[in-house]
Design a protein around this ligand. Structure first.
Ligand SMILES: Cc1ncc(COP(=O)(O)O)c(C=O)c1O
Length: 369
């Protein structure tokens, strides 16, 4: 395994005097105050021990109430289970460990979130990448030829990291249908579900395969949504047998998600984050406008990233362009960290708006010159 390419950019950035950091993968707002207070209350109450592996009851109840409102799932039931995990990464790793035997395959889109390909070496399975350039849409048509008798799962990530792509309800239904026909489990990584803009929403919500039935494994997190990535809490809900296997592995590995943070997040679903989502949508518009006429950026409809092509006329790889940007103090991440190709870079707009505007002007200038 290679060290994460993102860390390498952080190291380079640490040497800059005044970095304009457009590489950050976490929200730039403070955790809502009620949640911070609840965390400090949990610490004062000395809620410091292990929790049950599955997660504390009040948090599981809050999650089920939210899932019923949001996607119509009623649990826990004979068919449906839920487990609180150590971040979304914890849920993804447990799922891969529970599902994949050596030689089994799991399909993920390219570009991908950095953990996905590593789930192969971590489990003995094989992650098969589905090329989604140039529009970054993981469609059933692109996925179907990659399914073999060893395919156990398909990972869908919408809104996506690193592209901000939000699939439409129709595209998602095609994937659900394909997975049903070919008996492949659909894992839906919805860590950015709340960061879905008006043009990505359908009937006011972010399209999700979970609304088409209970056959998928839904993995979500609190870290990005509430700006508390370091609290390390996420959850996985879906077929009860699979969730039980994941719980067994959690017993021996993570043991439980951090207990004080679980207590702090019981009230999370009551926080209104719509002003923040509106602000991110405004920044997304700035990003798209900044590159208009100089390069191609499929319009992101969610998350807080854009995946930008280095104009081919510059004759530079993504990595070479990123080195030029760093010379001008702008930190972005080479596309090859998220892809087999090295033609793009990832820009995050979860950063100070004045830095964002300054950084965009420099990137545009580098592309035009
Ligand atoms: C698509 C995706 N899934 C999962 C994760 C991991 O999130 P967590 O910090 O909750 O483990 C990230 C983090 O960047 C992500 O972008």
């Amino acid at each position: 395994m290679d060290a994460s390419g993102i860390r390498r950019v952080f190291d380079l950035g640490a040497r800059l005097e005044r970095p304009i950091n457009l590489s950050i993968g976490q929200p730039d707002f403070a955790v809502p105050e009620p949640l911070r207070r609840a965390l400090s209350h949990a610490a004062l109450e000395n809620r410091a021990g292990y929790s049950v592996t599955q997660g504390i009851a009040p948090l599981l109840e809050a999650i089920w109430a939210h899932l019923e409102r949001d996607i119509g799932w009623r649990g826990p039931s004979e068919d449906l289970g839920c487990i609180v995990t150590s971040g979304t990464s914890g849920g993804l790793l447990l799922a891969a460990m529970a599902l994949l035997d050596p030689g089994d395959e799991m399909i993920a889109g390219d570009p991908f979130f950095v953990l996905y390909p590593q789930l192969g070496p971590l489990t003995g399975g094989r992650v098969v990448l589905c090329d989604t350039y140039p529009d970054f849409r993981l469609t059933a048509e692109r996925v179907e030829p990659l399914i073999t008798e060893r395919t156990k799962a398909l990972i869908l990530n919408s809104p996506s990291n690193p592209c901000g792509t939000v699939l439409s309800g129709a595209e998602i239904l095609d994937l659900v249908d394909l997975c049903r026909r070919r008996r492949v489990l659909l894992i839906t990584d919805e860590i950015y579900d709340l960061f879905c803009f008006e043009d990505g929403r359908e009937q006011g919500r972010c399209p999700s395969p979970a609304r088409a039935g209970e056959q998928c494994l839904l993995i979500r997190g609190f870290g990005k949504t509430y700006g508390c990535t370091g609290w390390r809490v996420g959850y996985a809900a879906g077929p009860r047998r699979l969730v039980q296997e994941m719980a067994k592995i959690q017993q021996y590995t993570f043991v439980c998600a951090p207990t004080p943070a679980q207590h702090a997040l019981v009230g999370a679903f009551e926080c209104d984050l719509s002003p923040i989502v509106a602000e991110y949508q405004r920044r997304r518009d700035l990003v798209v406008a900044a590159f208009d006429g100089v390069t191609s950026v499929p319009r992101p409809a969610g998350a807080f990233y854009a995946f930008v092509e280095v104009p081919p006329r510059l004759g530079m790889s993504g990595t070479e362009f990123v080195e030029r940007a760093i010379e001008r103090s702008v930190l972005v991440i080479p596309g090859k960290v998220f892809s087999r190709r090295d033609t793009h870079f990832r820009l995050s707009y979860a950063t100070r708006p004045d830095h964002l505007e300054e950084g965009l002007a420099i990137l545009r200038e580098l592309m035009s010159g």
